[in-house]
Design a protein around this ligand. Structure first.
Ligand code: SF4
Length: 349
């Protein structure tokens, strides 16, 4: 049976126990938007340095709108889900160019912006503008499904409406921004996916999952996630000047517009590249040096097996390759897989 005071218990617990993050001290919608986009799919302590660096470089929406996309992506490097950074930049331009820099102030206007979904629109409208909009993110799904032993699978389309209603009931007349942050904080720090610390939970005496021993079974999921393997063969080609060849990815698919080594994808892991006609493509001055240990990189629906094949090109240029020195490479946006490899590569060279 739902008790209205449960929401208040969560709200009061938050006032006493919230972690101190810079975005919690700000009411400026630009900073709240920035933090909310960074924190999607990212834990707060991991997102914090990104937030601080971005606020320093782009202190207002005009500066963000004026930047080149490549620079915005380089500030995002390592966070993953790069479409978030591209949409952030696109949205900044729209707000500056079409709305005279004024941030939309309601859920219904915010949701029309690129990359702003139900979660982000609810978070900004409630935290910055005090609109009564309950947020539903992974933490909220977990707390509510356990608290009410809610059997709806959270990966079904109908789940959002079910959990949004339950979160709105819990919010009642409490201040929307703080209540939303309270329930997300409870999920992030107490009602964790594994081994929740129920002893510290302000609603443990009302929690149906705890009472009925269902904690490990909730939240429920119905769909099985299939992970597709991908085999990437990266050609790490160094020229006579010690520069490395990089290509920019297309604006479609994963890691759009980011830089990586020339890539050959294969259907399975391959033992050598002799049959791929690299000499014909890059010239007879190309010498194979060796390869590095395979790196495995996990994305939400992909598992990338990456092999880095090292070559030396005994000349400075090639008509089919573009070379960059170490300083230029540092400033280019690159996927984490490439960043990690480069650390290893430069430490040995
Ligand atoms: Fe989560 Fe435990 Fe609190 Fe229930 S009692 S909401 S399972 S932390």
């Amino acid at each position: 049976m739902y008790k209205p005071e449960i929401g208040k218990l969560i709200f009061d617990w938050y006032q006493e126990n919230k972690r101190d993050f810079p975005w919690r001290r700000l009411k400026n919608p630009y900073f709240i938007w920035l933090s909310e986009v960074i924190l999607q799919q990212t834990q707060a302590h991991q997102g914090l340095p990104y937030f601080e660096r971005m606020v320093k470089r782009f202190p207002d929406i005009e500066q963000l709108a004026r930047a080149r996309e490549e620079e915005v992506l380089s500030y995002w490097q390592g966070l993953g889900y790069y479409s978030r950074a591209r949409n952030l930049h696109k949205t900044a331009k729209i707000i500056v160019q079409e709305k005279q820099g004024e941030f939309p102030q309601s859920y219904s206007k915010l949701i029309k912006l690129p990359g702003v979904g139900k979660y982000t629109a609810s978070a900004i409208s409630s935290i910055a503008f005090n609109e009564k909009q309950a947020v539903v993110d992974g933490n909220v799904y977990r707390v509510i499904s356990r608290l009410f032993a809610e059997p709806t699978c959270i990966d079904l389309t109908k789940a959002y409406a079910v959990f949004h209603q339950l979160a709105s009931n819990l919010m009642g007349d409490l201040p929307p921004g703080d209540f939303n942050q309270a329930i997300m904080e409870l999920g992030a720090t107490v009602c964790k996916p594994k081994n929740p610390t129920c002893d510290l939970c302000p609603v443990n005496s009302d929690c149906l999952a705890k009472k009925n021993n269902l904690i490990d079974l909730l939240p429920k999921r119905c769909k099985k996630v299939t992970i597709k393997p991908l085999y990437f063969n990266y050609l790490v080609i160094e020229n006579k000047l010690g520069e490395l060849a990089l290509n920019q990815r297309s604006d479609k698919n994963i890691w759009a517009n980011m830089y990586e080594f020339p890539l050959i994808e294969s259907k399975q892991a391959i033992g050598n590249l002799s049959k791929l006609g690299l000499k014909e493509k890059y010239g007879k001055e190309l010498d194979y040096i060796g390869h590095y240990e395979e790196a495995v990189h996990l994305l939400s629906h992909r598992k990338i097996y990456a092999k880095f094949w090292n070559f030396r090109l005994n000349k400075e240029e090639s008509p089919t390759l573009k070379f960059y020195d170490a300083k230029e490479i540092r400033n280019l946006p690159k996927p984490k897989l490439i960043v990690n490899f480069l650390k290893q590569f430069y430490s040995k060279n």
